[in-house]
Design a protein around this ligand. Structure first.
Ligand SMILES: [Zn+2]
Length: 344
């Protein structure tokens, strides 16, 4: 089947009360790892690419690899999503290339670093919603700013200084008409999220629940939600790596989020750790190896295991054939009709 709308996947997830992991990719092996995990667990899939990934893969490689994924895994509803679009133009170019979902991150200015104003965020997001919905493409927005920096994107904040204000979130959704909303509740991008296991002081699940109560019909998105498991850190350090001790977002907190409106969970760091650990292990144990397949295969397998585990933990496993995909043209018609494709 062709790439599908993210809105439909998230509407179905809301109906079924589960979350869907959104996994970042830059290359073929990462896409293969996700698709194999999805086949094994019978999961719908969100593959996402940042601006950094688009430039690393020259855009076209990424797009054609995703087309290959839809050919080789025709039974899996698969979304191609733009992670952290920094401007209307970035979103436009992604839609033109065939992304079925885009994030317009207007919480930062187009430099991807400076926190913006509410007015700027509304106007940029609104503009993307209009041009995306006309093509049946889904839009994620962000209100409040996440901590950390990823692929050069982020204000380098500590994660707690620009939390999402629940009333502002309501106003933002009303004024933009977006499909999914990323909120800042204390999480950060990258491996170094927390210096100890996060508590209510550092991870504001109460705020998430408050936002969901005010916006029960909006699909919430948790960014920076790798769990950064100690086992994966240990493998890297055991084979010559030098990661500093760090903590991510515990899976049970994500599951609490899923009970409270979280439908999309962004995971990147865990997969990076799995890949790096597997490669280091081969290099350490077999220094005579020089065929890239000898370490890329175990790397791909290690990522697949992490993705399959997250798909099961988030609840998307087993939901591959609950519904038939709505073509983007039909989604566009539904947005035009009543603005709510789920109710059509
Ligand atoms: Zn993010």
């Amino acid at each position: 089947m062709p790439l599908v709308s993210m809105r439909q996947l998230l509407d179905e997830a809301a109906r079924g009360g589960y979350g869907v992991g959104a996994f970042n990719v830059n290359n073929m092996e990462q896409i293969q790892a996700i698709m194999e995990a999805a086949r094994e667990t019978k999961s719908p899939v969100i593959v996402q690419a940042s601006r950094g990934a688009r430039s690393y893969s020259q855009d076209r490689f990424l797009y054609h690899l995703m087309l290959a994924a839809t050919e080789l895994y025709p039974e899996i509803p698969t979304v191609l999503h733009l992670d952290h679009g920094n401007s209307v133009d970035t979103c436009k170019s992604a839609i033109a290339m065939g992304f079925t979902s885009v994030m317009m991150d207007g919480s930062l200015m187009p430099d991807g670093k400076t926190p913006s104003t509410f007015e700027y965020n509304v106007s940029a997001t609104r503009e993307v919603v209009e041009l995306a919905h006309a093509k049946g493409v889904t839009v994620e927005g962000e209100i409040g700013c996440l901590g950390g920096i990823e692929d050069g994107h982020g204000a380098g904040l500590d994660g707690l200084s620009h939390l999402t204000d629940p009333d502002q979130a309501v106003e933002f959704v009303k004024q933009t008409g977006l499909d999914a909303l990323a909120i800042a509740i204390g999480t950060s991008h990258g491996a170094y999220k927390f210096t100890k296991k996060p508590t209510g002081e550092t991870l504001k699940m109460g705020r998430l629940i408050e936002i969901h109560k005010k916006l029960p019909g909006t699909h919430l998105v948790m960014h920076g939600s790798s769990s950064v498991p100690k086992e994966l850190q240990d493998i890297i350090n055991q084979y010559g790596g030098k990661l500093k001790p760090t903590w991510g977002v515990p899976v049970e907190e994500i599951q609490l989020g899923i009970k409270n409106g979280v439908r999309k969970i962004n995971v990147d760091t865990d997969n990076r750790l799995a890949i790096t650990g597997a490669i280091r292990k081969v290099f350490f144990e077999k220094p005579e190896e020089f065929d890239p397949r000898s370490y890329m295969k175990p790397a791909r397998e290690a990522m697949k295991k992490v993705v399959a585990l997250r798909m099961t933990q988030f609840g998307q496993a087993g939901h591959i054939s609950d519904y038939s995909p709505i073509p983007l043209e039909e989604m566009a018609r539904r947005y035009q009709g009543n603005g709510n494709p789920a109710a059509a």
